[in-house]
Design a protein around this ligand. Structure first.
Ligand code: BEZ
Length: 235
């Protein structure tokens, strides 16, 4: 018989509108993603307060907040802990934890309390193969229109690489701004990929074009200098 006490879990996908919810956070109530219209957002979950991997992540993320601000990107965290646990944990981080040269770290972005797991289930963050009582380390990159543009899920034991999220937002903004794609490990200043030619004629022209470097008919890149990219995607 179906267990009707369980809220159904949904898995949002790239290109879909981020599911809406209201929640209580360490910075007051939020209405998500509506209140973030016009900004990029990294919405991420962590398994539990007062745990070591999560502490290392929060310190790293909070330290990098300015880098995200420069990209017009706001941070929103979530775990299935309650508000007072969140407040106590963040205070402990600020007052007591010194880690890898980071100390006195104040987390000023909102951390959602989700003791009912309603929001976590709405975003597919409860993955019972890993844990049915904690959220996995999920990351949703949401654009200023509230559309999910990238998502990643990590297991409980693996701390995330926050430089990668900066890189993904830089790459998405560059792709939007210049109608290009970005190759493996791309960083601003590296060559970008021009869309694949739709016909043999265009492919031939491309192969001969001075400003393109073509590795084959389907794979052409062009230079896009770092200043131009940064000017377009920052501020
Ligand atoms: C941690 O953040 O260290 C952690 C949290 C939940 C399960 C395992 C590790």
């Amino acid at each position: 018989m179906e267990d009707t006490t369980q809220t159904a879990q949904t898995m949002p996908r790239i290109g879909e509108k981020a599911p809406s919810f209201t929640a209580v956070t360490t910075q007051g109530d939020i209405s998500f993603p509506e209140q973030y219209k016009g900004s990029w957002v990294i919405f991420f979950s962590h398994p539990a307060d007062f745990t070591p991997v999560c502490t290392s992540e929060f310190m790293t993320f909070a330290k990098m907040e300015k880098q995200f601000e420069e990209l017009n990107c706001k941070l929103v965290g979530l775990s299935v802990d309650g508000l007072y646990s969140h407040i106590a944990w963040l205070r402990t981080i600020k007052d007591k934890i010194e880690y890898k040269g980071m100390k006195d770290i104040e987390v000023t972005f909102p951390l959602i309390e989700d003791i009912t797991m309603e929001v976590a289930k709405l975003y597919g963050m409860i993955q019972p193969g890993e844990s049915s009582t904690k959220a996995v380390r999920a990351v949703f990159i949401i654009d200023p229109e509230g559309v999910i543009r990238a998502l990643m899920y990590y297991p409980l034991s693996t701390g995330r690489n926050f430089d990668e999220f900066v890189r993904v937002i830089e790459a998405l903004k560059t792709a939007d701004e210049f109608s290009v794609a970005t190759p493996a490990d791309w960083r601003p200043g590296d060559d970008v990929i021009v869309p694949t030619a739709g016909s043999c004629g265009v492919a031939k022209e491309r192969m001969e074009a001075q400003d393109l470097k073509c590795y084959d008919w389907f794979f052409c890149t062009k230079a896009l200098d770092k200043d131009t990219v940064l000017k377009a995607i920052k501020g």
